[in-house]
Write a protein that binds this ligand. Structure first.
Ligand code: FES
Length: 146
């Protein structure tokens, strides 16, 4: 197989994968799954609080927040979950960056889902996983502060 044939083969394979994903998820979810914004663990000095939580489906989400004066200056995440879970984690960090802890604490799974233009019925719990992880992180942060 020549290099051109191989490149064509790889491109076709990638396109087939994305076409399949677009049957299951909307474009925004697929885009965030392939290019998740705020993915990854930041350096230690940029983490004020972190929390990992395993949901009932067995997937884990972890958030890392940099908090100053009750404001979330930076939010990152990692997860071992599916495409929808990656999109939910990423969307959550985007929704809370620059916002107050109170705002983040009151974020609902519906808000995450709405920002993603909807989630398939069997993946609505992915937004719930993100919401619960975030709430537990904030509870932990507040408990340590008091
Ligand atoms: Fe379990 Fe996405 S499939 S959180």
């Amino acid at each position: 197989m020549s290099k051109d044939d191989f490149d064509e083969f790889v491109n076709k394979l990638q396109k087939d994968i994305i076409d399949k994903e677009l049957k299951d998820y909307n474009e925004r979810i697929v885009e965030l799954y392939h290019n998740p914004i705020n993915w990854g663990q930041p350096p230690e000095e940029e983490i004020t609080e972190t929390h990992a939580y395993e949901g009932p489906c067995g997937d884990t989400m972890q958030f890392f927040l940099k908090i100053k004066n009750n404001k979330i200056e930076k939010a990152n995440f990692i997860t071992d979950g599916c495409g929808a879970t990656v999109a939910c984690g990423s969307q959550t960090t985007m929704l809370i960056e620059g916002r107050s802890l109170e705002f983040a604490e009151n974020l609902k799974s519906k808000d995450i889902e709405k920002a993603l233009n909807g989630l398939p019925e069997d993946h609505k719990h992915c937004a719930e996983l993100a919401k619960r992880t975030l709430r537990r992180l904030i509870e932990k942060y507040k408990y340590k502060k008091n």
